[in-house]
Design a protein around this ligand. Structure first.
Ligand code: AMP
Length: 444
């Protein structure tokens, strides 16, 4: 029964508890297994970094950086900044630090810091872990949430790389049998006057003409970031947006060819997609391919993965010109979408055994058996104190154990084990090798 305790998890954060965590583990193990087959290695960047890193990489004007970061300053008892430095270096007293709102910035920083440009290119990295944004909590949106992401840095911007990254996410979702998966793709060109910049100008002037019919947010964005108007979910703005100029009519020839080649590569890989001209990203270093994947059962927060190409980012952070593409999967949403289906499946996990022992001789036999069975991968409950048989069986069924191994003085004397199948109450006496065979067969 849930009680009201003095301390509670902070709004927008939550405890992930068993048995739900079993699914989290399965998702993470599947991600690792799939990403490994595509040649990705794991990176574990720190949870906090200099605020400036995120301001640069995510963009100072974005909601994430301007409103949503958990920012704090390094305590003054840290080593003092070097004399004459006007902004304290990260990690030095007075410097500004932030909990990471995303991980691409950290991966790019690490790529530069560790001279990964010297390694064979491209460098393929994946990460998983918590991210922090002060957003308004709701179903599928938390302040501490979990992402699984990957980045391909360096080498070329061959369309096959874009397609392979997308193929990898889709393979991962396929392996999990995620329901209702839909992949949307778009190209947002590059920040040149004859490409995206030209489009933004055309979009802005078209928006000016319909300004009076737009809501306050969209009106403001005409100036600050007109591409974001395309994201609007307001019902009355939809017909207006449908009539706006589309980026596909403004792409330069190189970007057009790149986009067509990404589509061809996806088709060759058998990855179904749909074009979505409204899928955009507002920052200059994003270019060409963008994609988003949605899944069933999530209501309005139905995006489980967002990704795209960001060829200018490493250079923006002080590194060499470097191609880059990556994605981030929202693990919380992925799990929400899987959960409904999982509930109807038989619980996975190891075969579980409860050892009901009675008497001193049985206790040491029980301890030896627990050790052997655990080493063989079975889940074993060994009560710390002797219990009457009735109590032991009651507890075994409360714990959902599959079998009870009953060990009393008689069993020990005969060298036999009484094995009770809790689902149907049947029982039999087995020698130790027979028991091992029996449990091995139960595992399938
Ligand atoms: P983004 O880093 O904003 O491109 O987000 C990538 C993915 O992370 C989204 O598609 C969501 O699935 C997930 N995500 C972003 N913000 C949150 C949040 N506050 N709570 C839960 N998931 C989130």
């Amino acid at each position: 029964m849930a009680g009201k305790s003095k301390f509670q998890a902070i709004r927008g954060t939550r405890d992930l508890l068993p048995p739900a965590t079993a699914l989290w583990n399965r998702v993470e193990e599947t991600a690792r297994a799939v990403f490994l087959t595509f040649g990705f290695g794991e990176i574990r960047p720190p949870i906090f970094e200099s605020t400036e890193l995120f301001a640069r990489a995510v963009g100072g004007e974005t909601d994430i950086v301007s409103k949503e970061m958990y920012t704090f300053s390094e305590q003054m008892d840290a080593p003092p900044a070097s004399p004459g430095a006007d902004t304290p270096a990260a990690g030095v007293a007075g410097s500004s630090l932030s909990l990471r709102p995303e991980a691409t910035a950290s991966v790019c920083r690490a790529y530069i810091e560790h001279g990964m440009a010297q390694l064979p290119q491209p460098v393929k990295l994946y990460y998983l872990g918590p991210m922090f944004r002060r957003e308004r909590p709701q179903k599928g949106r938390y302040r501490q949430f979990y992402q699984i992401g990957a980045e391909v840095l360096g080498g070329s911007d061959a369309p096959a790389i874009d397609a392979e990254v997308i193929e990898m996410v889709m393979e991962f979702f396929g392996r999990l049998e995620l329901p209702g998966v839909q992949l949307d793709i778009n190209s947002i060109g590059h920040a040149a006057p004859n490409c995206r910049r030209g489009y933004v100008a055309a979009l802005r002037s078209a928006l000016e003409k319909v300004k009076d019919q737009l809501g306050a947010d969209s009106q403001r964005r005409i100036e600050t970031n007109p591409l974001r108007v395309l994201d609007s979910k307001l019902a009355h703005e939809q017909p207006i947006i449908q009539a706006l100029p589309r980026i596909s009519d403004h792409l330069c020839d190189d970007c057009k060819a790149h986009y067509a080649a990404v589509e061809r590569e996806l088709e060759l890989r058998g990855v179904p997609y749909q074009e979505n001209w409204r899928l955009v990203r507002g920052l200059d270093y994003y270019m060409r391919t963008t994609f988003e994947i949605t899944a069933a059962g999530l209501g309005s927060q139905n995006a489980v993965c967002g990704g795209g190409r960001y060829d200018g980012l490493v250079e923006l952070l002080g590194g060499p010109p470097t191609k880059g593409i990556g994605f981030a999967i929202g693990e919380d949403r992925l799990i929400l979408s899987l959960e409904a289906r999982e509930r109807s499946l038989a619980p996975a996990g190891p075969v579980s055994v409860y050892i009901a022992w009675m008497g001193e001789r049985a206790q040491s036999a029980a301890q030896r058996a627990a050790k052997t069975l655990r080493a063989a991968g079975f889940s074993v409950e060994l009560p710390p104190a002797e219990q009457k048989l009735g109590k032991a069986l009651e507890r075994a069924s409360k714990l959902n154990s599959r079998y009870a191994l009953i060990l009393g003085d008689n069993e020990v004397a005969d060298g036999l084990w009484t094995v009770k199948t809790l689902a149907d109450g049947s029982q039999q006496k087995l020698t130790e090798p027979e028991l091992r065979d029996f449990l091995g067969r139960a595992r399938g």
